[in-house]
Design a binder for this molecule. Structure first.
Ligand SMILES: O=C(O)CCC(=O)C(=O)O
Ligand SMILES: [Fe+2]
Length: 368
């Protein structure tokens, strides 16, 4: 059976919207010619059907999928979460000086450290400007009450009257970027998570991933949920005709490709029913890259865009040749079905792994 395996492409506002820079929402669109997998195609998605892709060891020559073939979705912009009313706060020592990175531009709502007397405290810019800005001091979220070190980042913990805005603060001496926001191209820093090298499942697929669930920033977790997971589940319900109520995130992580480390990812299946790959980097930040399928099509959605596809479709990450490429990969399951075991099994078979019976046969010296 011939099945169109082209990914459904969907635009999403991404984690990047949480960045201090206010970004215009870019829009992308679904391939008009693309046949969206139907429920009846689900067995194909799960089993990779009998399409020749499975057998092919090398993809056909690559074809970049044009931007106008991507789907136009209207996604509401991030609305700031109102700060909870703080509990009575003990006086504590002022926050230590943050890393000395001065913002090159300031934007409305930007999260900064602003100086008050001898300390640096978290604040939102409420009047951006090149030389001076006005800020509103932040109040600590309930979750950190009682945590002295974290509380010290909030002006109200000093017993100062934080309801006063910081007006006309000189950017050069009074405004600094919080450490997590210094490098806008570095999503890992941005999201405040620690980079850990994940033990590779097997050698072909070694990658440097950071699990979304391990992000230390609860704000990032919330943005992930509201801006990625939920709209994507809606899109999966619509385009894959799966029952939305049963679709959930099984795993999600940020992957970093760079020329001095992992550059790409070999062809593989995901442990998912449906996968999403969201571009976190600006296309100008890297050369090469993209998600490639066995028919040679390569998807390189612009920053904030992404693709959805049946997780059992063979696919890989094209090597980058310059810069760094960050993506957010999300594995969705449907009910109890995740396809994890199937993906590992099939990938192992293709890698030449003899499997348990083959191994036993080898050990016993009876061959396969
Ligand atoms: O680099 C890509 O676009 C592919 C990533 C991928 O397949 C994965 O993370 O599972
Ligand atoms: Fe994958």
């Amino acid at each position: 059976m011939e099945s169109d395996h082209r990914p459904v492409c969907a635009l999403l506002e991404t984690l990047l919207l949480a960045m201090p820079e206010v970004r215009d929402s870019t829009r992308t669109a679904v391939p008009s010619t693309s046949k969206t997998p139907k429920t009846s195609d689900l067995p194909d998605l799960l089993e990779m059907s009998e399409t020749h892709e499975v057998e092919q060891s090398t993809p056909q020559s690559s074809t970049q999928v044009p931007a106008e073939e991507l789907l136009d979705l209207d996604v509401s912009p991030i609305t700031p979460v109102p700060a909870p009313t703080p509990a009575p706060t003990p006086a504590s020592t002022p926050a230590s000086t943050p890393a000395a990175t001065m913002p090159s531009t300031t934007t409305m709502g930007q999260l900064v450290f602003a100086k008050y007397q001898d300390g640096w405290y978290l604040a939102n810019v409420i009047r951006p400007g090149g030389h001076t800005v006005d800020v509103a001091w932040l109040r600590p979220p309930g979750a950190i009450w009682g945590d002295k070190a974290q509380m010290a980042q909030y002006l109200c913990s000093t017993n100062a009257d934080e309801t006063l805005h910081g007006d006309q603060l000189p950017v050069a001496t009074h405004i600094r970027l919080p450490r997590d926001f210094q490098s806008q191209s570095d999503l890992i820093d941005l999201l405040g998570c620690r980079v850990s090298k994940v033990k590779p499942m097997h050698k072909l697929f070694e990658s440097h991933d950071v699990k979304i669930r391990d992000l230390s920033s609860t704000a990032a977790q919330k943005i992930f949920q509201d801006k990625l997971a939920e709209p994507l589940i809606d899109a999966i319900g619509e385009y894959f005709e799966l029952p939305k109520g049963d679709v959930s995130v099984d795993d999600a992580f940020i992957v970093r490709y760079a020329t001095d480390s992992q550059r790409g990812l070999a062809f593989h299946r995901d442990g998912s029913i449906v996968s999403a790959i969201i571009s976190l980097s600006d296309e100008r930040d890297y050369v090469g890259g993209g998600t490639q399928f066995m028919d040679g099509s390569v998807y390189r959605p612009s920053q904030g865009g992404g693709i959805l596809f049946g997780g059992q479709r063979l696919h890989g990450g094209v090597d980058i040749t310059r810069g760094a490429r960050y993506i957010c990969t999300i594995f969705f399951k449907c009910g109890g079905l995740s396809c994890r075991d199937l993906a590992v099994l099939k990938d192992k078979e293709e890698e030449g792994d003899p499997g348990i019976w083959g191994t036993i046969a080898d050990v016993l010296g009876v061959g396969k």
